[in-house]
Design a protein around this ligand. Structure first.
Ligand code: COA
Length: 184
């Protein structure tokens, strides 16, 4: 029988109700994204809702995330033996030539470390592969998206398909987010 006692322990995918404490955690030299899995949902929800509580993102609960899991990418690290989400974001196709980047969130301890950029670049690559000619987002972080090539668009010129999701937002009648588009 195989002796597993000396086998390297792989971090197990886990559920987390709180943001992981990253103090003392070894971070990789290079971060990469992967497609999200069901076990990532609690960590994603926790991360997104950390910012949603401050009114800077739309909250996402488990129901939405399970149903749209195939839209999402995550970056994870092992924390106490659990593979934990430290960044996430989604690409939701809205129409034949239009997809939306949604719910981009990076662990607060890792802002300005390049994770957001890596994540959105991979979501843009997903959009290219799928064949949408444009990607848009509503955001309160326009400098971040303009650094990735997005430009501000007049909200009134946006297709009605974008408003379906907005109608679920508590800020629908008093929206302060900037519409931004990337053409490729
Ligand atoms: C916005 C957010 C996703 C950016 O992720 P990040 O990993 O911190 O960003 P990056 O390190 O990849 O930054 C890439 C570039 O974007 C720009 N940028 C990022 N954050 C910025 C900020 N707060 N102010 C101005 N420019 C910013 C910079 O040009 C930066 O490059 P530089 O660090 O070399 O100057 C992250 O701050 C976050 O999770 N914020 C809370 C949630 C949120 O606002 N999400 C936005 C979508 S709704």
């Amino acid at each position: 029988m195989q002796d597993l006692s000396s086998a390297p322990q792989q971090p197990r995918l886990g559920t987390r109700a709180t943001l992981p404490d990253l103090r003392g955690v070894e971070l990789p030299a290079v971060f990469t994204t992967r497609k999200a899995r069901i076990q990532d949902v609690d960590g994603m929800s926790c991360l997104i809702n950390e910012f949603a509580a401050g009114g800077i993102m739309l909250a996402r609960g488990p129901l939405y995330l399970y149903q749209n899991i195939q839209d999402y990418r995550v970056i994870t690290v092992a924390v106490d033996g659990i593979e934990s989400v430290i960044a996430c974001g989604g690409l939701h196709v809205l129409w034949e030539d239009l997809a939306e980047v949604r719910s981009v969130a990076v662990h607060p301890a890792l802002h300005r470390s390049g994770l957001g950029r890596i994540l959105v670049q991979d979501l843009i690559e997903d959009a290219r592969r799928i064949g949408t000619g444009r990607v848009f987002t509503f955001t309160l972080a326009p400098e971040f998206f303009s650094s990735l090539g997005f430009t501000t668009v007049d909200r009134d010129t946006l297709s009605p398909v974008v408003w379906a999701e907005c109608s679920k937002c508590p800020k629908f009648y008093k929206c302060d987010e900037v519409g931004m588009m990337l053409y490729f």
